[in-house]
Design a protein around this ligand. Structure first.
Ligand code: ATP
Length: 226
């Protein structure tokens, strides 16, 4: 995943960074933690460039009162204009490590020098406000969520094929050639993972071929009752 600069997406903040290379740290299994009452959280995952941001932006614009991202924790320094508690919760590395030891995270990963994670508390804050928390996370994060007791519903957004994904990533024009290659390598792994998860009944697959159709399918999934 990327240059740090492209980690930051339009507000509301994603549940965890997507635009960096796969986590170097081996994911740790969070032992079961408290889950909150309220709407069941939704995980949306898929290779970089599949259209998650495009679709979620539309969903958040259409239903501002219904859906919300959780605020992730990070050890990276705030960028100009970033507000603590809004874009991220900015904490030190020792503090982050303490939270890991306390099983405070649903999922966490190291990207480059920095740690990022989604805490149970951050998701609870959204669900206790009566909103459906959306987590936009990559494959390793999904695995951690599945090992937790979050009870999230999972949607895997898939590109129509690998060549089209490559076209979109290049067409987006946000990434250097090296980043595009890294994203594509990672995308192959994510596509295989998603296919097996959907086949095993552990998530719904949506192919983003036609954007309108894919949006409607994602919307329907997100609006569906638990
Ligand atoms: N159905 C579609 N047909 C053609 N282009 C699309 C479609 N869906 C999205 N795109 C385009 O593909 C590019 C990648 O989409 P987007 O940035 O939303 O992906 P993403 O999954 O959020 O990626 P990342 O995980 O890196 O944030 C964008 O330029 C977007 O406009």
């Amino acid at each position: 995943m990327v240059s740090d600069a492209s980690l930051q997406k339009a507000s509301p903040q994603k549940a965890s960074p997507q635009k960096v290379s796969p986590p170097k740290a081996s994911p740790q299994t969070a032992s079961p933690q408290k889950t909150s009452s309220g709407p069941q959280p939704i995980v949306i995952s898929g290779p970089s460039g599949t259209g998650k941001s495009t679709i979620l932006k539309r969903l958040f614009e259409k239903y501002p009162e219904k859906f919300m991202f959780s605020v992730s924790h990070t050890t990276r320094a705030p960028r100009p204009g970033e507000k603590d508690g809004t874009h991220y919760t900015f904490i030190t590395q020792p503090h982050f490590e303490e939270l890991i030891r306390n099983n405070a995270f649903i999922e966490h990963a190291r990207f480059g020098k920095n740690l990022y994670g989604t805490s149970f508390a951050a998701v609870s804050r959204v669900t206790e406000a009566g909103k459906t928390c959306i987590l936009d996370i990559e494959m390793e994060g999904v695995k951690q969520v599945q090992r937790s007791d979050l009870r999230a519903r999972v949607l895997f957004l898939q590109p129509p094929n690998f060549e089209e994904l490559e076209r979109r990533l290049r067409g987006r024009g946000t990434d250097a050639e090296e980043d595009v290659r890294r994203r594509l390598d990672q995308a192959r792994l994510e596509m295989v993972f998603a296919t097996s998860e959907v086949a095993a009944g552990r998530g719904k697959g949506v192919v983003n071929d036609d954007l309108e159709k894919a949006y409607r399918e994602v919307e329907e999934f997100c609006l569906a009752d638990d």
